[in-house]
Design a protein around this ligand. Structure first.
Ligand SMILES: *Cc1c(COP(=O)(O)O)cnc(C)c1O
Length: 387
C-alpha cells in the first residue's frame, strides 16, 4: 500500500481537500453550521419536505408499528407491508407495472447495472453521469463507453447498427452538477432504432419536473416504452431516504433475483417507507411548491444575469456558477461564507478539471428575500475578486 499522509498533503496543496461541517437541527434554508447561523443553498430538498410535519408524524407512526430496524434483508424477513405499499404507490406514480425499493440511489445503480449487464456487454454513459452510474458500470465489468455530455452523434457511433443485443444506455435525467436535462426524446429514438435499453436516473427530476412531479421522462411526454428503466431517489425532492427502480414485471423480477445490492443488504426501516408514502402524497399535491420553486429559479437567473454572473444553461433548481479553478470556486464560497451564506464549491473529481463551480440549489422552502440576499452577497463576493 502507498503511504497515506503524502496523498492527503497533495490534496490540500491542490485545493481538493474535503471537510465535513457539523450541522445542528432539522433540514431547512437556515441552519446552524459549525455553531454559526447560516443561510444555505446546498441541499437537494427541493420541495422543502425533509422537515414536513406530515412526513415526521408518518415516520413516528411507522416506528410505533414496525419498530426501527427491519431486522433482515428483503428476501429473508425484512420486507414489510410499508415497503410493499410504497412500491405499489411508486409504480402507479411513475406509470409502470412494478417498482423495487433500494436503500440508496448509489446502491440502486450498482444493483441494476450489475444485474442487467454481463462481462463485456456494451454500456454507454454520458460523461457527466453521477458517480454511482459510473461505479455500477465498472463493477458490472460491462464494456463501458462514455460519450461527451449530451452528444447524440457520438452516442450514435457507439451503438451498433444491428439490433442484436443492443446494449444499454444510461443517463442522468437532470445532471446533478450542471442542472441541465438529458435529450431524452432523441436518446429514446436512437435506442429504439438500435435495440438498446435506456436507463434514466432521475434523482433530480422527480418531484420537480413533469405532471405532479413525475420527473424528466414525464416532462418530455415519454413513458415506459421509451424509457424502460427508471431509477429514482427518495433523499432529494421526497425529503426522506432510499431509492427505487421502476419498470416492467420482468425487469423487477430480474432485479429481485440478481441485484446484489438489493439482495445482500438489510431492508431499510419500514418507518422510513411510511414517511416516504406521506411525502409522495405531498409531492403529487405539490403544484404550489413547484410553482414557487419555478419563480425562485426565474428570480435567481434574472438577478444573476443582470449581475453578469457565470450562469450555466439550467432551468432546474440546480443553478451552478462556473468558476473554473478549484481555488477560485473556494474563494467565492469563502467570501459568501463570511456573509453568512453557504453554497458548496464543487471541485474535481466530482466535476471535470477546469470546471470547478459554486453549486447553488434552490428549494421551495426559500423565500424571495433569501434569494435576493444570495444575489447581493454574490455581487459583493465577485466584485471583491475583481479589485
Ligand atoms: C444523489 C444521486 C444518486 C445517489 O442517491 P443516494 O440515494 O443519495 O445514494 C444517484 N444518482 C444521482 C443522479 C444523484 O444525484
Amino acid at each position: 500500500m502507498k503511504p497515506l499522509q503524502p496523498e492527503l498533503e497533495r490534496r490540500k496543496a491542490q485545493h481538493l481537500y474535503r471537510r465535513r461541517r457539523m450541522v445542528e437541527g432539522a433540514q431547512g434554508p437556515e441552519l446552524i453550521v459549525d455553531g454559526r447561523q447560516m443561510l444555505t443553498f446546498c441541499s437537494n430538498d427541493y420541495l422543502g419536505l425533509a422537515n414536513h410535519p406530515e412526513v415526521i408524524s408518518a415516520l413516528q407512526r411507522g416506528a410505533e408499528r414496525y419498530g426501527v430496524g427491519s431486522g433482515a434483508a428483503h428476501l429473508v424477513t425484512g420486507h414489510r407491508q410499508a415497503h410493499h405499499a410504497l412500491e405499489e404507490e411508486l409504480a402507479a406514480f411513475t406509470g409502470r407495472s412494478r417498482a423495487l425499493l433500494f436503500s440508496s440511489g448509489y446502491q440502486a445503480n450498482l444493483g441494476v447495472l450489475g444485474a442487467l449487464l454481463g462481462r463485456g456487454e456494451l454500456l454507454c454513459e454520458d460523461r457527466l453521469n453521477h458517480a454511482s452510474l459510473i461505479d455500477g458500470g465498472r463493477l458490472s465489468r460491462a464494456w463501458m463507453r462514455r460519450f461527451p455530455h449530451r452528444d447524440l452523434v457520438v452516442l450514435g457511433e457507439l451503438l451498433p447498427r444491428s439490433k442484436e443485443r443492443g446494449g444499454l444506455v444510461a443517463t442522468d435525467g437532470v445532471f446533478s452538477m450542471d442542472g441541465d436535462l438529458a435529450p431524452l426524446p432523441e436518446m429514446a429514438r436512437l435506442c429504439r432504432e438500435r435495440g438498446a435499453w435506456l436507463l434514466v436516473d432521475d434523482a433530480h427530476g422527480l418531484g420537480v419536473l413533469g405532471r405532479e412531479g413525475r420527473g424528466t421522462i414525464d416532462h418530455f411526454g415519454l413513458g415506459v416504452d421509451e424509457v424502460p428503466i427508471l431509477v429514482g431517489t427518495l433523499g432529494k425532492a421526497f425529503g426522506t431516504s432510499g431509492a427505487f427502480v421502476a419498470g416492467s414485471e420482468v425487469l423487477i423480477e430480474t432485479l429481485i433475483q440478481q441485484a446484489r445490492s438489493y439482495i445482500y443488504t438489510t431492508a431499510p426501516p419500514p418507518a422510513v417507507a411510511e414517511a416516504t408514502r406521506a411525502s409522495l402524497r405531498l409531492v403529487q399535491a405539490g403544484e404550489l411548491r413547484r410553482q414557487r420553486l419555478r419563480e425562485l429559479i426565474a428570480l435567481f437567473r434574472e438577478g444573476a444575469g443582470a449581475l453578469g454572473l457565470p450562469l450555466m444553461p439550467s432551468e432546474t433548481p440546480i443553478q451552478p456558477l462556473l468558476a473554473g479553478t478549484s481555488a477560485r470556486a473556494l474563494a467565492w464560497s469563502a467570501a459568501l461564507e463570511r456573509q453568512g451564506i453557504l453554497v458548496s464549491a464543487i471541485r474535481p473529481p466530482t466535476v471535470p478539471d477546469g470546471s470547478a463551480r459554486l453549486r447553488v440549489t434552490l428549494s421551495a422552502a426559500h423565500s424571495r428575500q433569501q434569494v435576493e440576499r444570495l444575489l447581493e452577497a454574490l455581487a459583493s463576493a465577485l466584485s471583491m475578486e475583481s479589485e
